[in-house]
Design a protein around this ligand. Structure first.
Ligand code: SF4
Ligand code: SF4
Length: 217
């Protein structure tokens, strides 16, 4: 409850702050410094502040975002560091954009996706509550449009990858199918026009706008 003092442990450090704030806010309010595991500072769109959370009296440990979950009394929290895949998936979207060959591409670039155990680990780990397993299933079945839609709100926090016993990297598979689908889609006209304006130096610069700066020289 807002205003009530809560006591929790975040990354092994004691946090004693008024409730009603996110784990991220509470950590900073308690005087600790964040040097990693944070990006958009509370908007829930960058996926950087991955944490494992165990609530007082609960046996279950849940994967959440520190900027989206409120601090609670007795909570134990650990930040999860960014990690790189042992086996990265390398591709050039220009090389896979031939729509007549698209169905070959998922098994070629992500062969392990066919080994999905349907264990739902990725679904349980996803802080955005996406249907990750279904997205993987659709990609393997060749329904790339549905697969891309399943990952439309993905913030690339990597928690599904951490949870996957088959090392599928569901979010990267999702990004791959989204890129393939986008490569076959007409670009938004507004974006095309703006890029054209930039390329032709036709955009007016307002140096008085917030953060604005007069062009050098
Ligand atoms: S699909 Fe994976 S990377 Fe995307 S938000 Fe969900 S857990 Fe995070
Ligand atoms: S965690 Fe991996 S193996 Fe399990 S359902 Fe998700 S993609 Fe399939």
């Amino acid at each position: 409850m807002a205003g009530t003092i809560v006591r929790a442990t975040v990354d092994g450090r004691a946090v004693e702050v008024p409730g009603g704030q996110s784990i991220l806010q509470a950590y900073v309010a308690a005087g600790h410094t964040l040097v990693e595991g944070v990006g958009c500072m509370g908007l829930g769109v960058c996926g950087s502040c991955r944490v494992l959370v165990r609530r007082a009296g609960a046996a279950e440990v849940r994967a959440e975002l520190a900027c989206q979950s409120l601090i609670e009394d007795g909570m134990q929290v650990s930040f999860l560091a960014y990690f790189k895949a042992e086996r990265p998936h390398r591709y050039r979207i220009e090389d896979v954009a031939d729509s007549w060959r698209m169905l070959d591409k998922v098994p070629e670039v992500f062969p392990e996706a066919a080994h999905c155990r349907h264990c739902s680990g990725c679904d349980r780990a996803c802080p955005k509550h996406l249907e990750v397993q279904i997205g993987v299933e659709r990609a393997v079945a060749g329904d790339l449009t549905a697969a891309a839609a399943a990952f439309d709100q993905c913030i690339m926090c990597n928690l599904c990858t951490l949870a996957c016993p088959e090392h599928i990297r569901p979010n990267h598979l999702g990004l791959f199918v989204r890129r393939m689908v986008a490569s076959q889609t007409l670009r938004p006209v507004d974006l095309l026009q703006r890029l054209h304006q930039i390329a032709e130096a036709q955009m007016a610069v307002d140096p008085d706008a917030p953060g604005g700066r007069a062009p050098a020289g």
